[in-house]
Design a protein around this ligand. Structure first.
Ligand SMILES: Nc1ncnc2c1ncn2[C@@H]1O[C@H](COP(=O)(O)OP(=O)(O)OP(=O)(O)O)[C@@H](O)[C@H]1O
Length: 238
């Protein structure tokens, strides 16, 4: 379980998140959505222990997240963080040396599934294939929490589809929880169990997708459009 208790995160003078109270249960795929600059990446970095709260606590399985980053959390960064001169296989080998929970067999299966050439140099890969490599080294870990910051951003529909299929095929929700930030709402909707909507550093709403589908009969995009316009109206009235 991931828990935020009254979390505020400031970068110098900029407040990225404010007064966040949130519980994310295990065994789900959770989407974090919101406009540019709303605080999605900061939320993920706080869970990963890459940044610390200015106020409040972020607990991963009841422990402050910064103490457990390497063991508990596999984090897919928005940035490209591998060595361009390595081959795909050397990249996988490097990650294996860094993480005790790295599953070499799963990495091999994923490379096959994604049709990645293990001998290709990372610097020569297309952007889409570099996105696939990021997915391989993240999902090859048996970490209980998988955090993915914009894994679909800037990729074409075919690559996005293969990354989504990779997620479905290689994540074990009996043992793993996935938190994913994205703007590609239509494409991930079918994957998600729960959505956290953020605006200007605050949580607007959290919803279970089953509830949305069954009780409200609206798509995620329709829901999102309605809550963001309600919220904008409330802000104007305030
Ligand atoms: N290291 C930093 N130093 C200063 N300000 C920062 C830093 N990181 C983020 N911010 C600011 O905090 C706010 C939230 O940023 P964050 O990256 O969490 O948003 P986001 O929702 O992930 O945005 P995007 O969708 O554009 O990736 C933004 O105003 C951003 O400019």
């Amino acid at each position: 379980m991931i828990r935020f208790e009254q979390v505020t995160k400031k970068y110098l003078t900029k407040t990225a998140l404010e007064g966040i109270d949130l519980e994310l249960p295990q065994g789900e795929i959770i989407g974090v959505i919101g406009e540019n600059g709303s605080g999605k990446s900061t939320l993920l970095k706080l869970i990963a222990g890459l940044v610390r709260p200015s106020k409040g606590r972020v607990l991963v399985d009841e422990e402050p997240s910064h103490r457990r980053i390497a063991r508990k959390v596999a984090y897919l960064s928005e940035l490209e963080t591998y060595y361009p001169f390595f081959t795909v296989q050397q990249t996988v080998d490097f990650y294996e040396t860094q993480f005790a929970d790295f599953n070499r067999e799963r990495a091999r299966e994923m490379m096959d599934f994604m049709q990645l050439d293990p001998q290709a140099k990372v610097k020569n890969l297309s952007k889409g294939n570099r996105g696939r490599v990021k997915l391989v080294v993240t999902l090859a870990r048996d970490a209980p929490y998988i955090l993915m910051d914009e894994p679909l951003s800037g990729l074409d529909p075919i690559v996005r589809n293969s990354i989504i299929k990779g997620l479905i095929s290689f994540v074990d929700l009996e043992k793993q929880t996935v938190v994913i930030t994205t703007h590609e709402i239509n494409e991930v909707e079918a994957l998600l169990d729960r959505v956290v909507a953020i605006r200007n550093g605050k949580i607007v709403k959290v919803v279970e997708l089953d509830e949305l589908r069954l009780n409200e009969g609206v798509s995620l995009v329709e829901w999102m459009t309605s809550i963001y316009s309600d919220n904008a109206n409330q802000s104007k009235e305030a």
